[in-house]
Design a protein around this ligand. Structure first.
Ligand code: IPD
Ligand code: CA
Length: 279
């Protein structure tokens, strides 16, 4: 009988190894950084991103796992003899700007799937690398924060709700009119700068919703959080209310409305205008 891979264990090891890399690299951040080109996701690569990615690759290699890596930094790369057996979708550091500027909100995000598609993800980890909080999920087994079960909030009032919203885009003229009606009815809008972690904050009830309709976020940033949200019992759909059915690819962008419960999800959905409505 073949031994079953303990993915949660392996992902935790990946996270611990990333943590070690970061601790030593943080000391060198004020030195001039080498030019490492542009990553697969379109952003300039930083040494700290590459080191975190290498920590993931080396941990998996140590376990003699064949896999296809889908990463924001190196793109799609195959390792081992049967790379189509496991797909590892990673944003080695989500919130790199926060990390390099000393803002204590950044994470690693890793999802394991049987195909390069969102809906085949079966194990996920998002870890807050500053505070040491780790979110995990396994398909059909719920979601945890530091090994304790999590659940989203029951908040139904938009006025009371804490709503995460990423509006970082040069195309703000296209996005803003779609969000105005929602913003007018809210009091507590937030954006912390690491979307994977912000989605987990929604999944565990810290916030009540997280919205990103920019069309700029990569699937690598939210793949792991997607399973954590599903397993926690929160909702995540397209801005039109449809199931997110997307391929895992560093060049694939995604838009979504994630919310703690059916009621608040519906309220938000009704207030967000479609592209056509604003034309
Ligand atoms: C970024 C963060 C940020 C979001 C950007 C992402 P990165 O991830 O999630 O909050 O606004 O769109 O690219 O680049 O630090 O991995
Ligand atoms: Ca990143």
């Amino acid at each position: 009988m073949t031994k079953q891979t303990n993915w949660l264990n392996i992902l935790t090891q990946c996270k611990n190894n990333i943590q070690k890399q970061i601790t030593s690299l943080l000391k060198t951040l004020n030195q001039t950084q080498p030019d490492l080109g542009i990553g697969a996701g379109g952003d300039p690569i930083k040494q700290i991103d590459l080191s975190a990615e290498n920590a993931i690759i080396n941990t998996l290699k140590n376990h003699k796992i064949s896999f296809t890596l889908i990463s924001e930094e190196s793109g799609v790369k195959e390792y081992g003899k049967t790379p189509q057996k496991h797909y590892v979708t990673a944003d080695p550091i989500d919130g790199t700007t926060n990390l390099t500027r000393g803002i204590p909100f950044y994470a690693t995000s890793i999802a394991i799937s049987t195909k390069p598609t969102l809906n085949t993800i079966h194990t996920a980890l998002v870890a807050d690398l500053y505070h040491g909080t780790t979110y995990t999920a396994q398909k059909g087994k719920g979601a945890n924060r530091n090994n304790e079960k999590i659940a989203p909030s029951k908040e139904k009032s938009l006025e009371e709700a804490v709503i995460g919203m990423d509006i970082n885009t040069y195309k703000i003229q296209e996005i803003a009119p779609r969000l105005t009606s929602l913003i007018q009815k809210t009091k507590h809008i937030r954006h912390f700068g690491a979307n994977a972690l912000e989605l987990c904050y929604m999944a565990d009830g810290t916030t009540d919703a997280f919205i990103d309709i920019r069309g700029k976020l990569r699937t690598t940033d939210m793949a792991a959080a997607w399973l954590i949200i599903q397993e926690a019992g929160a909702k995540i759909t397209t801005p039109e209310g449809k199931t997110l059915n997307i391929n895992l690819d560093p060049k694939q962008n995604v838009t979504f409305i994630a919310a703690a419960n059916q009621k608040i999800h519906k309220t938000i959905l009704n207030l967000i205008k479609t592209k056509k409505e604003t034309k």
